[in-house]
Design a protein around this ligand. Structure first.
Ligand code: RFL
Ligand code: PHB
Length: 391
């Protein structure tokens, strides 16, 4: 079997890359470890930057997003019993769109299936070969047989735990990492959201986030210890704790219901440099992770893929490798700005077990400054709506 670009991973990064390359007439095969339904069952991101929406529209998968996505012109920061609105539209002229990662993934899967493009699900033991030369190959096992795909390039879009980054010799990569001393306990339920806009709450008992997927589906998160187990959190306990971390009017308005998903995610910042090794290019969570506080992970994956698709198109259309040579450096400039913002917002909003009283006062002062200064609010807003693409 042969293709031009072998894509490892059918998450949003891999599927979007496949779609953008297909529009440019480039042949791809996607290899995914899990089943289609497993991939669709993962509840993750919910907030799309305008730039991400634009790329999805250019990719021809914007129809449902346009019909069902919820435009949000602001969000609220809650602390000290009060809520303060960050007017994204007023401060930046831009907005974000609430539309679940599951829906983005479904739209991309449907488009790929409709175009009759090859995706191989449940491919186990995927391995990458010879990407330091000119004829890379990918092997995998399925139903007891080993298969091989020859290609020109490999796109490693297989997330943080994938095989792509792990296939690069350790001496060729520099890794940067910060692990946070807490996680997020998330609950999804079919109840109307507590408020029209997202609420990010800084509370002495820990951070809380009120988000949503639609007008009838809510997504809530609580900062929790890494030692917590999901089984110990009944819906009643979760909502009781959430109420305690919200301001009184929000706590009063909160409508609870049975959870349809509940999970704990650890928080981490991570970057692998460079993002290209020979004919293997890493994109999305395979190359970097940010804590979810700034809602950036999926958006960053889309920005990488946009850059990679353009570079591969330049290579196939004009024979130019200049853009591929610049791929890693160009992505990493955006990645580090976004890593900084996500780290900053995480530090601002969470209780750190090791924090001193001094640290606590500094956090309070920063929150006060942020909502009292138009300059500081604008800095937050322009990062939240998404920094402009370089070109
Ligand atoms: P994914 O989505 O992890 O997809 C990688 C795919 O690769 C497959 N795979 C393999 N396939 C073949 N062989 C192997 N050896 C393989 N190993 C792995 C996997 O099965 C999977 O299907 O990475 P991708 O495409 O780079 O997308 C990244 C995003 O998923 C991620 O950044 C976001 O979900 C992060 N994130 C958020 N991002 C936002 O932009 N806005 C948000 O509001 C937001 N909220 C969140 C989040 C992540 C969260 N968690 C669970 C970490 C909220 C949470 C709670
Ligand atoms: C979500 O809806 O899952 C979500 C929203 C905003 C964030 C993180 C997660 O910052």
């Amino acid at each position: 079997m042969r293709t031009q670009v072998a894509i490892i991973g059918a998450g949003p990064a891999g599927l979007l890359l496949g779609q953008l390359l297909a529009l440019g007439g480039i042949d791809t095969v996607i290899l995914e470890r899990h089943s289609r339904s497993h991939v669709l069952g993962r509840i993750r991101a919910g907030v799309l930057e305008q730039g991400t929406v634009d790329v999805l529209q250019e990719a021809g998968v914007g129809e449902r997003l346009k019909a069902k996505g919820l435009p949000h012109e602001g969000f609220e920061l809650a602390f000290d019993g009060q809520r303060h609105r960050i007017d994204l539209a007023g401060l930046t002229g831009r907005q974000v769109t609430v539309y679940g990662q599951t829906e983005v993934t479904r739209d991309l899967m449907d488009a790929r299936a409709a175009a009759g493009l090859t995706s191989i699900y449940q491919a186990s033991e995927v391995s990458l070969h010879d990407f330091d030369g000119t004829a890379p190959r990918v092997r995998w096992r399925m139903k007891g047989r080993v298969h091989e795909l020859r290609c020109d390039y490999i796109a490693g879009c297989d997330g943080f735990h994938g095989v792509s980054r792990a296939s690069v010799p350790a001496s060729a990569l520099r890794l940067f990492e910060r692990v946070y001393p807490f996680g997020w306990l998330g609950v999804l339920c079919d109840t109307p959201p507590v408020a029209e806009e997202l609420i990010y709450a800084n509370h002495p008992r820990g951070f809380a986030l009120c988000s949503m997927r639609s007008r009838t589906r809510s997504r809530y998160y609580l900062q929790c210890d890494l030692t917590e187990r999901v089984e110990d959190w009944s819906d009643e306990r979760f909502f009781e704790e959430l109420r305690r971390r919200l301001d009184a009017p929000a706590a009063e308005r909160l409508i609870t219901g049975p959870s349809i998903e509940k999970s704990i995610a650890p928080l981490r910042s991570f970057v692998a440099e460079p993002m290209r090794f020979g004919r293997l290019c890493l994109a999305g969570d395979a190359a970097h992770i940010v804590p979810p506080t700034g809602a950036k992970g999926l958006n960053l994956a889309v920005a990488d893929v946009r850059t990679l698709a353009r570079a591969l198109l330049a290579r196939y259309r004009a024979g130019s490798e200049t853009e591929l040579d610049d791929y890693s450096a160009k992505c990493l400039r955006r990645v580090w700005k976004t890593v900084r913002f996500s780290w900053w917002m995480t530090t601002l909003m969470h209780r750190f077990p090791e924090s001193s009283e001094f640290g606590q006062r500094i956090q309070e002062a920063e929150l006060g400054y942020l909502v009292g200064s138009r300059a500081a609010s604008t800095a937050l807003a322009e990062n939240y709506v998404g920094l402009p693409f370089e070109d």
